[in-house]
Design a protein around this ligand. Structure first.
Ligand code: G3I
Length: 449
């Protein structure tokens, strides 16, 4: 197991929606996940948003996890929105937090087809120019964090589902050799960082993971600096591939490390006791598969709380994909991770006796959006309800249906209509609304009153 890398040279860094009606137990298992993982020679990580690293979000991040991955802060579009003008603020903040909490940082990601700056994607470049741009990007970013990053996701999502190379800015412009070049440039900028190729739908043995396997094998044979393979693991409830451990093992046998880099398990909303129990089993089997293979070094969840997950906005109607609910209460999935890491079983807090309210944005355009809130009860019921939230980015509700909504400043309160105040045990009610936004449309936490 690689030890934490410290001793960062950067002066800047040195200075530098659901609500339970019945409050669930707010505390997780006695032994933090990071300690359980360390006892197994593993690292447990989470993706984070820099601006949220205070309060409960910050304390859970600091106490439970031994590795952080910036969810968006190190992507090209974030760090160089305008050519030659850099914004490292969120990335620096996350690295500084990690150092203060003795955590590793996984750098994510240097070469991808998404979240690139407009000036780059809209430009027309010769092969030589594109190559120079990529080399400079890698040298600048990896060089800036030299010594502070344990592992880089150097190349992200290079393959199609059938195992052919994905056509992107990079493969179209530079040919398939861009992967070896990117790894070589990253190695030159920080020879001690572990360099990974990362992808999704490569958790089981399939055409895509076999293409990745063949690529890694050939890169190794050519002496290209490749240290690891990242299996993202954005999974669907009940669908952990049965060949996961076998697949991890075959990569390990090539002489590279493996990390589960973006684990989440999405489910249809509202969550039920049964779906949360299945999710616990899914998390447990993924972590156990990693724990069983010596070279599987890190399991990272893609956001530890349902309030910081990409799932609801990308898959409307799905969510609850992470180990903690929106209120930072550990879910059964949390205990699944703990158990797979050898933790003594603590009975999870009961998931019954609660009604939850989940907010999601179902569509969004330049100035407007349509959202919905689903109130679901399990082991409890309501005869009337009020859903309350506070917008953090100036959004305004313009119209609502199946509820009466009022907004005062940032505070929104939506009361049931005459016909849907009753939410029976096991039932749910959804209301919708249109609104306007500018600058940001983040998902608020909804409380029921
Ligand atoms: O920051 C802007 C904000 O200023 C703007 O007002 C708002 C309006 O939509 O958007 C905000 O940016 C969003 C960004 O997340 C930060 O919240 C983008 O729209 C949104 O597209 C972006 O989504 C990210 C997604 O990658 C983009 O593909 C997710 O947060 C991030 O979790 C997700 O992560 C990826 C991994 O990098 C690679 N593997 C898949 C994984 C899930 O998609």
């Amino acid at each position: 197991m690689r030890s934490l890398r410290t001793g960062l040279s950067l002066a800047a860094l040195l200075t530098g929606a659901a609500m339970f009606l019945t409050a669930p137990a707010a505390h997780a298992a006695d032994t933090p996940l990071r300690d359980l993982a360390a006892a197994q020679g593993k690292v447990i990580g989470t993706a984070v948003t820099g601006s949220k690293l205070t309060g409960t979000y910050g304390s859970v991040t600091g106490t439970q996890f031994s590795s952080l991955t910036p969810g968006n802060a190190m992507k090209w579009g974030t760090v160089e929105p305008t050519q030659g003008s850099f914004d490292w603020s969120e990335a620096d903040q996350i690295v500084a937090f990690a150092q203060a909490h003795h955590q590793q940082v996984r750098g994510h990601t240097l070469v991808w087809h998404n979240q690139n700056p407009g000036w780059l994607t809209n430009g027309s470049w010769t092969t030589a120019q594109l190559s120079t741009l990529l080399q400079n990007h890698i040298s600048t970013e990896v060089g800036r964090y030299k010594g502070a990053i344990t592992a880089w996701d150097v190349v992200n999502e290079a393959f199609n589902e059938d195992g052919t190379l994905r056509p992107t800015l990079w493969s179209n412009g530079l040919g398939s050799g861009y992967i070896a070049q990117a790894l070589t440039w990253a190695h030159a900028a920080d020879p001690d960082a572990k360099l990974y190729i990362n992808d999704y739908n490569v958790e089981g043995v399939n055409a895509k993971s076999t293409a990745l396997y063949n690529l890694v094998k050939s890169l190794k044979a050519q002496g290209v600096p490749i240290d690891g393979v990242g299996l993202q693991a954005h999974l669907v409830l009940g669908q952990v591939p049965s060949t996961l451990q076998q697949n991890i093992q075959r990569f390990a046998d090539l002489g590279v490390d493996v990390a589960i880099t973006e684990l989440d398990v999405r489910m249809q909303l509202p969550a039920t006791n049964a779906s949360l129990a299945q999710q616990k089993a899914d998390y447990k089997s993924v972590v156990a598969a990693c724990a069983a293979v010596t070279r599987c070094v890190n399991v990272t969840v893609w956001g530890f709380t349902d309030s910081d997950s990409w799932v609801p906005s990308t898959f409307p109607g799905y969510g609850a994909a992470t180990p903690y609910d929106e209120n930072y209460a550990p879910k059964p999935a949390y205990y699944g991770i703990a158990e797979a890491l050898g933790g003594t079983t603590t009975t999870p807090p009961p998931t019954n006796g609660a009604c939850t309210a989940t907010y999601s944005v179902s569509s969004q355009w330049n100035t407007g959006f349509t959202g919905q809130v689903t109130i679901a009860c399990s082991g409890a019921s309501l005869s009337s309800w009020k859903a309350n939230w506070t917008y953090g980015a100036g959004q305004r509700i313009t119209q609502a249906w199946n509820a009466t909504c009022t907004q005062s400043g940032a505070a929104v309160s939506c009361a049931n209509a005459s016909y849907n105040g009753s939410v029976p045990d096991g039932g749910s009610v959804t209301f919708g609304f249109n609104g306007t936004w500018s600058g940001g449309n983040s998902v608020p936490t909804v409380t029921l009153g």
